[in-house]
Design a protein around this ligand. Structure first.
Ligand SMILES: Nc1ncnc2c1ncn2[C@@H]1O[C@H](COP(=O)(O)OP(=O)(O)OP(=O)(O)O)[C@@H](O)[C@H]1O
Ligand SMILES: [Mg+2]
Length: 464
């Protein structure tokens, strides 16, 4: 296969992520500095010895025994900003979660809850409805998956929780998180989205399913056919809730809620909540707990630049960025699927490896691109807004708006694809004459500054 073909496979070359600029044909290499198993063990050892000498410490030391058996992943020791470090100091143990769930959490590499997890998990466990807003990449997924997994009774073979998301790729990613966090539990997680065989889903639903993750249209289809039974579903999570309330999705979401019991709990999460969601909130949420962790809107770890260009100079400008920037992995956004395909072709002609993805592609192909890009098979991904929300690829340190987005919500979600979990990242916007007012109004709405790109960019601001 041609390594350079858009959407094709690529090689993995570990040295590239650390070299200056981007080699032609270079593939991605998530270049995290990793901690040894010994250091991991020391981490638990330190916590164990901090317990003191009372009887409580005996209890603690016995409770710590199981921890020494955990198979922890290597720690990600990159620099993190206050977006994730400024917590209240809770521990996951504080929430009295099932032991097997705690094991899954720690084995996923989560040491302590992030702020949104500290706020949401205890409240969700009480059964209260929640409307929660927190910045991109600060851990909203686990903030709803952990209480969902905790509340599910694995001996009761009915669907007890549904997680709705707006895109198929996000559904796959979220179901994977549920499976990983719940890997020591006996909870059956099923993912169901459009673009896959309905028949397969029907067959699967004849087996036990406790937690269903999917896109609204397909779940509604299955519910209407009486195959997907939601009368015992006590929890509905709406991730990217504002997107799920856009005209494309809201009617399906409301019909789905009608299949659920009257006392179901609803958890709504997003980084953006335009005022238009108020009507839905007032109609369906019962005295919800409103959590808003966005005192400022943009991530502290992301530096935003613009380059003023003419439309015909954009590819040349991108070429310059590729040669100058220290890109670990990048996501490049265009405003239409046609422009995605054209740009991917141009990038390939320039000699850089790139994949592309958009909603008009066959689902199998989409899945392959998503999977391979996540695994570092290619350094650059060109896409439409299909990948704007929720997609979590830790190795992405650069986002490029080849086409500038139309509104501030889209801008915020797009740039949030880098700088995941408080890490550093760069957002570069190619701005044409026509975009200039839009950029100004997005800066105003987000209360942020997009600076003119300097001739050289200090690597410390996006590679630490
Ligand atoms: N407590 C934690 N400790 C360490 N890493 C965490 C923790 N919680 C989440 N993460 C990691 O942070 C990354 C971002 O999490 P997540 O995708 O849930 O963010 P998000 O808030 O949903 O972002 P978005 O608004 O873009 O959807 C993931 O890679 C996840 O594994
Ligand atoms: Mg998310």
């Amino acid at each position: 296969m041609n390594n350079n073909a858009p959407g094709g496979g690529g090689r993995f070359s570990p040295e590239i992520g650390r070299s200056g600029g981007q080699n032609h044909h270079g593939d991605a290499s998530p270049s995290f500095r990793q901690q040894s198993g010994y250091e991991q063990h020391q981490f638990w050892f330190r916590r164990k010895t901090l317990g003191g000498n009372s009887s409580a410490s005996n209890e603690q030391s016995s409770s710590q025994d199981w921890k020494s058996q955990l198979r922890l992943p290597q720690a990600d020791t990159r620099y993190k900003t206050e977006d994730v470090t400024a917590t209240k100091g809770n521990e996951f143990e504080d929430y009295f979660l099932k032991h097997d769930l705690l094991m899954g959490i720690y084995e996923k590499g989560f040491e302590k809850p992030s702020r949104i997890q500290e706020e949401s998990i205890p409240i969700a466990l009480t059964g209260s409805d929640i409307l929660a807003r927190a910045k991109s990449g600060t851990g909203k997924t686990a903030a709803f998956c952990i209480p969902a997994l905790e509340k599910i009774d694995q001996d009761n073979n009915v669907i007890q929780a549904v997680i709705l998301v707006p895109t198929r790729e996000l559904a796959l990613q979220t179901s994977q998180v549920c499976k990983e966090l719940g890997k020591h539990l006996n909870i059956q997680v099923m993912v169901t989205t459009g673009g896959t065989s309905l028949k397969d889903d029907i067959m699967r639903l004849h087996q036990p399913v406790h937690l269903l993750v999917g896109t609204p249209g397909r779940i509604l289809d299955l519910a209407k056919k009486g195959i997907c039974k939601l009368e015992d579903c006590a929890m509905l999570v709406m991730d990217e809730a504002d997107k799920l309330l856009s005209s494309d999705f809201q009617p399906s979401v409301e019909q789905l809620i009608d299949f659920m019991p009257a006392n179901r709990q609803i958890l709504m999460f997003s980084a953006t909540f335009p005022v238009t969601i108020k009507e839905f909130k007032d109609k369906y949420l019962r005295r919800p707990c409103v959590i808003n962790l966005m005192d400022e809107l943009t991530l502290k770890g992301i530096t935003q630049f613009y380059a003023f260009v003419e439309e015909r100079q954009k590819v040349h400008c991108l070429n310059t960025l590729f040669s100058k920037l220290q890109i670990n992995q990048s996501i490049i956004f265009c405003n239409s699927f046609k422009r995605v395909e054209l740009l991917a072709k141009k990038i390939t002609e320039l000699g850089y490896s790139c994949f592309y993805i958009h909603a008009r592609m066959l689902q199998d192909h989409r899945n392959r691109v998503f999977h391979d890009f996540r695994n570092g098979a290619c350094r650059n991904l060109v896409c439409t807004d299909l990948f704007t929300r929720g997609i979590d690829i830790q190795a992405v340190n650069v986002v490029i708006n080849f086409d500038f987005p139309k509104n501030s919500e889209t801008y915020l979600h797009r740039v949030g694809r880098s700088g995941r979990f408080g890490h550093l990242g760069l957002a570069v916007n190619l701005i044409t004459y026509e975009d200039r007012f839009n950029m100004y109004s997005i800066e105003q709405e987000l209360g942020t500054e997009i600076k003119q790109i300097p001739s050289s960019i200090d690597q410390n601001i996006y590679c630490r």
